[in-house]
Design a binder for this molecule. Structure first.
Ligand SMILES: [Zn+2]
Length: 362
């Protein structure tokens, strides 16, 4: 049985039932002119992203705006197209795509939807800047850049190269569609008939956006707040310098929003925003405490080595490739936060190592 956080009020009960049965949830109509379409993410434990379809200006005939689209895979595309057909619409009816953040499971199909329909694509300027960076538009450069970044975290040359993989594996990332429009904090999205207010929530990515529907008091949370898992908060070569501090601030920013239901991009819909925000913040505080103890026990270690000193859901030697990279970059995000709080000090230099700060010991 999938463990759900104690006391969580699950509203996406069909989603949770499907999760437990290990099948895809159904397309659901959530309100007049609002549907969720599950789009599978192949070979990924997240299983699917929920693409939300908003009828703009009446029924599907007036056009649709999608919030998030799905991974760049043919089975994802087919599911999105079939989902739209099941609500009486077609891809050609889509007039806009809102992107919660630049990751492939959210933005991957946006370009293909635009090609098919002429829709605009909108995202936050900070994520736009990351995916438009020339170093990320070229797979060879992107690989070299990430290898160098992992070496700065303490990876040996060979391990860094093996973990990152080949430029071919990078191509999907380097061809993510660039947006036609930008949405900043407080902007209203261009969805006639709805009042979807963008809330900038940096952390998971520098330009992550949630949307509050001010008419129905729903929070479309993207990956910022998920009901069961915590989103990966990592440092990246080209992104923010203190992602965990940003993320904790973004949690506080949404915690007390006057919303009734949370509509996440993965897993299931639920109620109880403040409780979930508190639980996720507490998770990171526990993790910071565990890391501080690891640094006390292993002075002068790199982030790469410290990651192997923490507890993970499986044994550390089972983490390779992308999994190891995200474990290390998430550890590094916590290291940066401990430095920022003055609890540890960095040696500086090309490959920093860390010690518990003198004043933290006394
Ligand atoms: Zn996601």
């Amino acid at each position: 049985m999938t463990a759900i956080p104690a006391g969580q009020d699950v509203t996406g009960t069909r989603q949770l039932a499907a999760w437990r049965e290990r099948v895809m949830p159904p397309v659901e109509q959530l309100a007049g002119g609002l549907w969720s379409i599950p789009v599978p993410i192949p070979r990924n434990p997240l299983r699917y992203v929920s693409s939300y379809a908003f009828a703009s200006g009446g029924g599907p005939g007036g056009g649709l705006v999608l919030l998030d689209t799905g991974w760049t895979a043919s089975e994802a595309w087919d599911a999105l197209v079939a989902g739209l057909e099941s609500i009486g619409a077609a891809v050609t009816d889509v007039r806009g795509v809102l992107v919660s953040h630049m990751h492939l499971d959210h933005a991957g199909l946006a370009g293909r939807v635009r090609d098919a329909s002429g829709a605009w694509i909108a995202m936050h300027p900070a994520d736009h800047a990351v995916i438009a960076n020339p170093d990320l538009r070229d797979a060879e450069h992107a690989v070299a850049r990430e290898v160098a970044f992992l070496r700065s975290l303490g990876a040996a040359a060979q391990e860094a190269a093996a973990s990152v993989g080949s430029p071919d594996e990078y191509r999907a990332f380097t061809s993510i569609a660039l947006p036609d429009r930008e949405l900043s904090d407080g902007d209203l999205a261009d969805v006639p008939g709805w009042r979807l207010r963008a809330v900038h929530t940096p952390g998971h990515t520098p330009g992550h956006l949630c949307f509050v529907d001010e008419l129905s008091q729903r929070l479309f949370a993207g990956d910022h707040i998920l009901p069961r898992i915590t989103p990966n908060i990592s440092v990246h070569a080209l992104e923010g310098t203190q992602p965990l501090a940003d993320y904790l601030e973004s949690l506080a920013k949404v915690r007390d929003l006057d919303v009734d239901e949370i509509m996440p991009a993965h897993e299931w819909r639920f109620r109880g925003l403040a409780q979930r925000a508190d639980d996720i913040a507490a998770h990171h505080e526990r993790r910071l405490g565990e890391l501080l103890a690891a640094i006390a026990a292993n002075p002068d270690a790199t982030s790469w080595d410290l990651a192997g000193c923490l507890t993970w859901s499986r044994s550390w030697d089972q983490y390779s490739g992308r999994m190891r990279i995200s474990a290390v970059t998430e550890t590094a995000a916590h290291v940066i936060e401990l430095v920022r709080r003055g609890l540890i000090s960095s040696s500086g230099g090309e490959v920093p190592t860390y010690r518990v700060a003198a004043r933290a010991v006394g």
